[in-house]
Design a binder for this molecule. Structure first.
Ligand code: COA
Length: 260
């Protein structure tokens, strides 16, 4: 898939991307680097970051890899501090770190529910909070990756639905509280995106055809679809867009994400 963005639209920007080693957010990180941004990527495990770091550097970009669990505020503060030490600033924060598994509500333990809320929702808050002063200095922006699961109801996903509803609330609240500080806060809600670890793990192959039929545009999304939305929101072309969560799902949620 081609994109319409000039190679240098993020020239001179530093992007701090959680979950930036793999999957959808890995694609966003790589696209940002291809369009001029210097990267700092984090994940719980440093080995999840190494391939992305090598790919970005082989392509002539810059990439700092720092292990941090977004649930641990001190670890997040440390990752932000290392990024500042390395690059001197942060312009863009992307919150993509997430946890997911399928589980019926009546079988899910309170700790299972809380674990996903801690990673997705509290993790997003932790990173935004830890980056605030730097984003205030750079007049930067935040991009939160959520989902459409909670717009209606998605069985086996009560924990993720609750967590992503919280992420969308964070996007809206911070856009109002931090807009006056010069910080834009937006989100992206991806629909079913192919070739991601999450989709491979969560979606049994026979269901793929059933889901495809429920997408008005008749196909799964590609990681590049999310990359393009992220490039637009991160660019100056979106300089008056604040507090929006852009749905990139081919219209799927309007027909319902449940297959029942
Ligand atoms: N079904 C039901 N409960 C589950 C579960 C599953 N598949 N996976 C984890 N849990 C529960 C655990 O049982 C535990 O609760 P308990 O103490 O009451 O038993 C709780 O969640 C924490 O599990 P644990 O494995 O200790 O957490 P973790 O912090 O190591 O990892 C996840 C949690 C969610 C990140 C883990 O599922 C994971 O590593 N997933 C793969 C990565 C991922 O989700 N990527 C996102 C792709 S969209």
């Amino acid at each position: 898939m081609t994109n319409i963005f000039a190679d240098n639209i993020l020239e001179g920007k530093v992007a701090f991307v959680t979950g930036g080693g793999t999957g959808i957010t890995g694609g966003v990180a790589r696209a940002f680097a291809e369009h001029g941004a210097k990267l700092a990527i984090t994940s719980r495990k440093i080995e999840n970051l190494e391939a992305m770091k090598a790919a970005v550097e082989n392509n002539g970009g810059e990439c700092l890899a720092v292990a941090a669990d977004v649930r641990d505020f001190e670890a997040v503060q440390n990752a932000i501090a290392k990024t500042i030490e390395h690059y001197g600033k942060i312009d863009i924060v992307v919150n993509g770190a997430a946890g997911n598994f399928l589980c019926a509500a009546n079988e899910l333990s309170p700790n299972g529910f809380g674990t996903v809320v801690d990673i997705d929702t509290k993790g997003t808050f932790n990173v935004c909070r830890a980056a605030f002063e730097e984003l205030q200095k750079s007049k930067g922006q935040i991009l939160n990756i959520s989902a459409t699961l909670h717009y209606l109801a998605t069985p086996m996903q009560i924990h993720v639905s609750a967590a992503k509803a919280g992420v969308d609330a964070i996007t809206r609240n911070l856009s109002v509280e931090w807009g006056p500080h010069g910080i834009r806060v937006n989100g992206i809600a991806p629909g079913p995106i192919e070739d991601t670890e999450g989709m491979k793990r969560l979606l049994p192959e026979p269901l793929k055809e059933k889901i495809t039929k429920r997408v008005p545009l008749g196909r799964f999304g590609k990681i590049a679809d999310i990359e393009n939305a992220a490039l637009f929101l991160a660019s100056d072309a979106a300089s008056y867009i604040n507090g929006v969560t852009l749905v990139v799902d081919g219209g799927q949620w309007l027909k319902g994400t449940s297959l029942g």
